[in-house]
Design a protein around this ligand. Structure first.
Ligand code: MN
Length: 227
C-alpha cells in the first residue's frame, strides 16, 4: 500500500513503432542548433557552446492535435529530431554517447514566440513560451535497430501543403553524440530522457485549422492539426 498523501501522477509515455510505450523522464531541448535558424532569430551562427532549456515530460503529445494555447497570438512550429535514451550517466564521452540512445522520432517544439520574446527581453526564463500544455507534439519513437543513428537527410515541415521549414540533419551545429556528452557533464542522464535536437530555419506562426506535416528522412513523418 502506498503512503502517498495525494494520488501519484502517472509516468508519462509516448508511443513507439512496435506498439510498446516509452516512459519519459526529462525533456531537454537545444537552442539554435542550425546556423540558418540562429541567423533568422537574430544571433551569431558561429559555434558557441550549446544551450538547453526543458519542457515537461507530459507536454509531449502523440494525439495528432495541437490545441492553440492561451495568452499568445504568435505560436510557432519548430520541427526537431527527437532522441530517446535507454540509459545515461554523467561525463559520457562523445564516442560512447550513441550507446545510450534507444531510438529516434519526429517532434515539434511548439513555441509561444511572443511570450518567449518578452522573456528574452526581460532576462527571464523561457518556460512560459516553451513548456506549456501539449507544446511537444510527437510521433512514435523508432528503435535504433530500425533506423540506425540518422545524421543526415532532409528535415522539412509544411503547413497546409506549403513548405515552411527545410534543412538537412547534417546541418546540425551540435551532433547528437555531442549533445548527449555535453548534457551529461551538467546533468545526470537516465533512461527515459529525451532530447529535442534543434530546428532548421523557417519557423513561423500557425493558426487554428492549420495542418502541419513534418518529416525527417529515414525517421518518419508526423501530421498535426492545430485546433
Ligand atoms: Mn526548438
Amino acid at each position: 500500500m502506498s503512503d502517498h498523501v495525494i494520488p501519484a501522477p502517472q509516468v508519462h509515455v509516448i508511443p513507439t513503432s512496435s506498439g510498446g510505450t516509452f516512459p519519459v523522464r526529462r525533456v531537454y531541448c537545444i537552442g539554435r542548433n542550425f546556423a540558418a535558424h540562429a541567423v533568422e532569430m537574430g544571433h551569431d551562427p558561429n559555434r558557441e557552446p550549446p544551450f538547453f532549456f526543458q519542457k515537461n515530460p507530459d507536454n509531449l503529445d502523440a494525439s495528432g492535435e495541437f490545441p492553440y494555447p492561451p495568452h499568445s497570438a504568435d505560436v510557432h512550429h519548430e520541427l526537431e529530431l527527437l532522441v530517446g535514451l535507454k540509459s545515461g550517466g554523467t561525463n559520457i564521452p562523445v564516442d560512447k554517447a550513441l550507446d545510450h540512445v534507444w531510438g529516434y522520432g519526429v517532434s515539434l517544439d511548439m513555441t509561444r514566440r511572443d511570450l518567449q520574446g518578452e522573456a528574452k527581453k526581460m532576462g527571464r526564463p523561457w518556460e512560459i513560451g516553451k513548456a506549456f500544455e501539449r507544446s511537444g507534439p510527437v510521433g512514435p519513437l523508432l528503435p535504433v535497430s530500425e533506423v540506425g543513428h540518422p545524421d543526415h537527410g532532409r528535415i522539412a515541415l509544411a503547413v497546409n501543403g506549403d513548405v515552411r521549414q527545410e534543412g538537412d540533419l547534417n546541418q546540425m551545429i551540435w551532433k547528437v553524440p555531442e549533445m548527449i556528452s555535453y548534457l551529461s557533464e551538467y546533468f545526470e542522464l537516465r533512461a527515459g530522457d529525451v532530447i529535442m535536437a534543434g530546428t532548421p530555419s523557417g519557423v513561423n506562426a500557425v493558426q487554428r485549422g492549420d495542418t502541419m506535416e513534418a518529416s525527417i528522412e529515414g525517421v518518419g513523418s508526423l501530421t498535426v492539426k492545430v485546433v
